[in-house]
Design a binder for this molecule. Structure first.
Ligand code: C5P
Length: 337
């Protein structure tokens, strides 16, 4: 659509969460980040962004919850990745020689993805804001895919993945993204359980760098093997047969549980309750259990809520855990709702 110069078109973006089915860490790079190999998929659990003109000189961000609890605390607003993404989009257009007016934007961010949970909600919001800002200014075709990828990579290690979303093998610091076909058949379901404990990603990687890590390279073997199997065409049923291997294919788990030791017992208790392997997404603390469909995952959520209410399961944290059923649907960060 052609937007008159200086005008802002209101846009809506959906920003999905991601799940790490595997996460192998291969050591620290010269730039301080760690080299990774991870098979990731986007979920139908998503934040929503509505963007429009700010009618003032400054970009503005207004965060709301999903109505089920308090508005999540995202820290200082000016540091928020959504506003940083808008600023980065403006800078990239200017650097590319575009001198059209790029008016300030107002963003309403509806948070559904738990914050600092290992589900990359902030990174996904940033990519959605980048795409949304370009469209709002009528400048969507002015940044080619490479320039977009560079801006996304500058915002965070998980951001390049969200440019396409879906299923992918992610390597490097996170900037090398190889799309993979999703499993054949019904989209797998997943139960997400996020205990209300703080596990900052930099602290987890610091622990890893200090030597709190598994020996052996099993996660890398599992991760590359899964990527190969998906590439060759894997059914959802076969993927689920590998749940035990995948649940133990996250090299950050020892570092995460060094920060919150209670997560070890929580994970075991959850696995016993569901009679299923339980894995960790990213740097945690989100725990996951795969199932054949979202409907099955909804059943798992009922079981876990009931066990918590009856005192049969206890999870660490100073508040209620986030519990949700999702599907590994492979949507993109940029699809309008
Ligand atoms: O890139 P992002 O800001 O999401 O990363 C958060 C932190 O996680 C980084 O500051 C770094 O400490 C760590 N990290 C890493 N290697 C990666 C990704 C993240 O060491 N590949």
């Amino acid at each position: 659509m052609t937007v008159p110069l200086g005008r802002v078109t209101p846009v809506v973006r959906v920003a999905p969460a991601k799940l790490n089915l595997t996460l192998a860490v291969m050591g620290r790079r010269p730039d301080g980040f760690h080299a990774l190999h991870s098979v990731m998929a986007t979920l139908d659990l998503a934040d929503r962004l509505a963007m429009g003109p700010a009618f003032g000189p400054e970009d503005r961000l207004h965060v709301v919850g999903d109505g089920s609890g308090p508005v999540p605390d995202l820290g200082p607003v000016e540091d928020n990745l959504v506003l940083r993404a808008i600023r980065a989009a403006r800078q990239a257009l200017r650097a590319g020689g575009d001198d059209r007016p790029l008016p300030a934007l107002a963003v309403r961010l509806e948070k559904r993805i738990p914050v600092a949970a290992g589900l990359a909600g902030g990174s996904s919001d940033a990519v959605a804001a980048l795409d949304g800002a370009l469209e709002a200014w009528g400048a969507g075709d002015l940044l080619d895919p490479e320039a977009r990828a560079a801006v996304a990579g500058s915002l965070g290690s998980d951001c390049p993945f969200f440019l396409a979303g879906g299923w992918a093998a992610v390597e490097g610091r996170g900037e090398r993204v190889r799309p993979l076909p999703p499993p054949r058949g019904e989209a797998p379901g997943v139960l997400l359980v996020t205990p209300s404990v703080s596990v900052p990603t930099p602290a987890v990687f610091e622990r890893y760098a200090a030597g709190v890590r598994p020996a052996g390279g099993a996660a890398l073997a599992s991760s590359t093997h899964l990527a190969g199997e998906l590439q060759a065409g894997l059914s959802t049923a076969r993927l689920l047969e590998r749940a035990g291997v995948l649940a133990s294919a996250n090299d950050l788990v020892p570092a995460t549980v060094a920060l919150v030791p209670e997560l070890v017992a929580a994970r075991r208790a959850l696995a016993r309750l569901l009679e299923r392997p339980v894995g960790q997404s990213g740097s945690g603390p989100t725990l996951w259990a795969l199932s054949p469909s979202k409907a099955d995952a909804l059943g798992d959520a009922v079981i876990v809520r009931a066990a918590l209410a009856d005192g049969l399961l206890s999870l660490p944290g100073d508040g209620p855990p986030f519990i949700a059923a999702a599907a590994l649907v492979g949507g993109s960060a940029t699809a309008p709702s």
